[in-house]
Design a protein around this ligand. Structure first.
Ligand code: PEP
Ligand code: MG
Length: 874
């Protein structure tokens, strides 16, 4: 019932149903949150009575009474949305304490020190969350008090010290607010409930929801639960654990705990936590005892429970627990956040352990997250200048300029700079900076600290808890091992091993683990869509093959000409003012093109290769500077002034809709002939060399009418005949077209009479359907998305309703004319999981995407075949 109870509430109820030790409590559902915001922050009429009744029942179960001065029930009040939003909303612990009940707690526990420690924690949290009097005020009071007594640690303080500190805290609240700290437990409770609902709309929660596409309408629930105390002395503790390693996926209980502490101490990373298992303690070299050694009974119980929870939820769990005087209590379980690497390993392991099916495993990994596996690592041959070490909080390596604030990170990133965000610790206010940074480095905090958890979720490299680094925000300086680095200096972090290095490091492409191949194999068994790559160079083609590409869906031949020596010849061709000069330039280009295609065909070993005829938005090729014009003029033996005139003639107002695509081949057919010749000659060469049949697919871009296509196809066919005659060899080939203009989609039935395949160029189709220029969209589409006019940039994810409708029409009409027409997509959308789902649904034969996204497309295609809908779809 997560929709109603939120994740935390639903899982607490589930654990209680399983008979696990969960402190009694109740959940105010998300529907009340929606009511709250729909009704000027007021509650449904009967809520008060229901809460009172539930509180009384919790009291009955615990043998205590809320507000009773002699035997008080104390509660925690926590948020819990449908989707996990770690640390984004508010929590209050120890609620119900006041000047009277604190004495009762002291008497009942026989530990006055504990009672007043709990009270001061409550005052801090309640003031911070409900009153808006921030916690640092209290930390300052505490520090001043400790200094005055010559103490360093909280544990040095006695009960009397805490009594005094509580008094000072209350004075501070009175000074700040003009009122006493609230003593009525019921007033406290409603204050906390209101604050938790209120926190649904705080700035960091709103940002988090935007980043994770969580609808505002979901709302948060409020969980009210009897307190259990991890700070009741040496037999008490609190901890967090993952049932498997969230970084690597290894099957080992993984977490940390603190003796005599409350949950916030672990999360805040103020004290360095201890390991849970002996094995982990040995690995870390820590001299503090593990939970396994210090609390063997509670550890055994934890092991029993986590094994049961993994079986029940059939997934890796993220647990929170408290040990109160030797007894273990479960405070939370949820599916654990994990790196892509861990997600893969866990999915494959769970399937091999028989907990889930292979199909489930395929559905368990978010295709987009595979990007994380493709992160660069530092070249092992490179010499490392290690300036500090910390925890390997999130894998991958990154170099960048040091920035010390999130605002600065966002600012520099907007200027195209790469930065490493360096903070003592991060908090949810840092989300935008973490997003902007290449990597995150903190000097404090453990593996479950905010920085670690959030960076892992973002797939960004992170080193946390690098304790030897001193950060001086005021001076914009960090020092480590006697060396200083200022803002703007370049460092590298290695999140895989937890190192901080001076300078920029050479990076290596990642090696993929065995589980990757296994899961991809399972994905390939179920998917229907083929996955090809957009590859223009031999290097692209090799990467495509490595990642399982099943062919090349788009070779943009103009990209073969950007190299310096070649672009000169292309310029000669474009600027030639008669056919003879153009043919002279083309004759120089032919051998270059042929060699390119030979290499591509050889690498692809008989897999299909679609080669698109030149589609140059002319402005990309025209010479721009005087020097460039003179250079081409020399090669063409022409007057530079004449050439400059010609270049001016050719310049266009709107090159994306200008003299490009097939229009070039219509006006200068000799260009298409040269390219076709290069393709066919290369096919014959490779055919002879490898004995494998090469069946090139020649593709005509930006077609609007059948007549355009037919004219160019006739030239291609004639060239094929001529090459076969010259070479005395036979070749098979296909001639097809891109569908990237609305007219082509509408006329697909006509065009398919002669076109042998279609490939949807959804970049141009989106541009022409929306009438939004590809090159200029950046300046305003962001506002469209942030203002909710568009859900997502249509150049990133295919617009199903509009552009998608044209694609559907094109497929239907094309196949009506030519049944079994092969249809693919080669716009950027081919690597976007939601768009891949759409392509599967409308029955395309393949998607083609950039080589690095081939695995993403393979997995997305498999998930689509297993019936997974794209996000946002019912
Ligand atoms: C397209 O328009 O979708 C396409 C693949 O071609 P290009 O991006 O080269 O215009
Ligand atoms: Mg295009």
């Amino acid at each position: 019932m997560r929709e109603l109870l939120g994740g935390k509430g639903a899982n607490l109820a589930e654990m209680a149903n399983l008979g696990l030790p969960v402190p009694p409590g109740f959940t105010i559902p998300t529907s009340v949150c929606n009511y709250f915001y729909d009704h000027a922050k007021s509650y449904p009429k009967d809520l008060k009575a229901q809460v009172e009744k539930a509180l009384a029942y919790v009291g009955k179960l615990t043998g205590k009474t809320f507000g009773d001065p002699n035997n008080p029930l104390l509660v925690s009040v926590r948020s819990g949305a449908r989707a996990s939003m770690p640390g984004m909303m508010d929590t209050v612990l120890n609620l119900g304490l006041n000047d009277e009940t604190v004495e009762a707690l002291a008497a009942l526990s026989g530990d006055k020190r504990f009672a007043y420690d709990s009270y001061r924690r409550f005052i801090t949290m309640y003031s911070d969350v409900v009153i808006g009097f921030e916690h640092h005020h209290f930390e300052e009071i505490l520090d001043t008090y400790k200094d005055s007594k010559g103490h360093v640690l909280d544990t040095d303080l006695t009960a009397e010290d805490w009594v005094e500190i509580v008094d000072q805290y209350k004075d501070a609240v009175r000074k700040e607010t003009g009122e006493d700290f609230p003593q009525d437990p019921h007033a406290q409770l409603w204050g906390a409930i209101g604050a938790v609902f209120g926190s649904w709309m705080n700035a960091r929660a709103v940002t988090y929801r935007q980043l994770h596409a969580i609808p505002e309408s979901w709302g948060t629930a409020v969980n009210v639960q009897a307190m259990v105390f991890g700070n009741m002395g040496e037999t008490s503790a609190t901890g967090v654990a993952f049932t498997r390693n969230p970084s690597t996926g290894a099957k080992q209980l993984y977490g940390e705990f603190l003796i005599n502490a409350q949950g916030e101490d672990v999360v805040a990373g103020i004290r360095t936590p201890q390991e849970i298992t002996e094995a982990a303690r040995k690995d870390s070299g820590s001299d503090k005892p593990s939970m396994e050694a210090a609390m063997p009974d509670a550890f055994k119980e934890l092991t029993r429970i986590y094994t049961l929870l993994e079986k029940h939820y059939r997934d890796m769990q993220d647990l929170e627990f408290t040990v109160e005087q030797g007894k273990l209590w479960m405070l939370q379980t949820r599916s654990g956040k994990r790196t892509a690497k861990a997600a893969l390993r866990i999915a494959v392991d769970l399937a091999n352990e028989g907990l889930i099916s292979r199909k489930d495993a395929v559905l368990r990994v978010d295709p987009a997250s595979l990007d994380q596996l493709l992160h660069p690592t530092i070249d092992p041959a490179a010499k490392r200048d290690v300036i500090a070490t910390g925890l390997p909080a999130s894998p991958g390596a990154a170099s960048g300029e040091i920035v010390f604030s999130s605002d600065e990170a966002a600012k520099l990133q907007a200027d195209g700079r790469k930065v490493i965000l360096v903070r003592v610790e991060t908090s949810p206010e840092d989300i935008h900076g973490m997003h902007a940074a290449e990597g995150i480095l903190t000097t404090r905090g453990g593996m479950t600290s905010h920085a670690a958890v959030v960076a892992r979720g973002m797939g960004k490299p992170c080193v946390s808890g690098a304790g030897t680094i001193r950060v001086d925000y005021g001076r914009g300086l960090m020092t480590a091992g006697g060396r200083s680095f200022k803002a703007g200096d370049v460092i590298t972090i290695d999140g895989g091993v937890g190192q901080v290095l001076a300078g920029r490091m050479p990076m290596l492409e990642p090696e993929l683990a065995d589980e990757f191949g296994t899961l991809m194999g399972w994905a390939d068994e179920v998917r229907k869509l083929k996955v090809r790559a957009n590859a223009d160079t031999p290097e692209d083609a090799r990467v495509a093959i490595k990642f399982g590409g099943e062919g090349i869906g788009l070779c943009r031949t103009e990209h073969m000409f950007f190299e310096e020596t070649r672009i000169r010849t292309v310029r000669e061709m474009i600027l030639a003012d008669d056919e003879q000069k153009r043919r002279a330039a083309l004759a120089k280009l032919l051998p270059m093109q042929r060699a390119d295609f030979v290499e591509l065909f050889e690498i692809m070993q008989g897999l299909p290769v679609t080669i698109r005829l030149l589609d140059p938005p002319l402005h990309e090729f025209l010479p721009h500077t005087q020097a460039e014009i003179e250079e081409v003029a020399r090669a063409m033996e022409t007057d530079p002034r004449k050439l400059a005139d010609r270049a001016r003639d050719l310049s266009e107002f709107n090159p994306m809709l200008g003299f490009r695509g097939c229009r070039l081949a219509i006006v200068y057919p000799e260009i298409a002939e040269m390219q076709a010749r290069a393709i066919f000659e290369a096919a014959i060469v490779v055919n002879k060399r490898t004995g494998k049949a090469v069946v090139p697919e020649v593709m005509v871009p930006l077609v609007a009418t059948k007549a355009e296509f037919d004219m160019i196809k006739a030239r291609i066919d004639a060239t094929a005949q001529s090459v076969m005659r010259d070479q005395g060899a036979q070749i098979k080939y296909e001639v097809g077209t891109m569908i990237e203009l609305p007219r082509a989609a509408l006329m697909a039935g006509e065009i398919a009479k002669t076109a042998e395949f279609f490939s949807f160029g959804t970049n141009d189709l989106t541009q022409t359907t929306y009438g939004i220029s590809r090159d200029d969209a950046g300046s305003f589409l962001g506002a469209y998305v942030s203002r909710g006019i568009l859900e997502i940039d249509p150049f990133i994810s295919l617009d199903r309703d509009g552009v998608g409708e044209l694609v559907k029409i094109g497929v239907e009409r094309g196949r009506k004319t030519r049944s079994g027409l092969k249809v693919g997509i080669c716009g950027e959308h081919g690597g976007d999981p939601a768009s891949v789902t759409f392509c599967h649904e409308i029955g395309l034969n393949y998607v083609s995407c950039s080589p690095y996204r081939v695995p993403i497309a393979r997995l997305a295609a498999a998930q689509a075949a297993l019936g997974k809908k794209a996000e946002g779809q019912a």
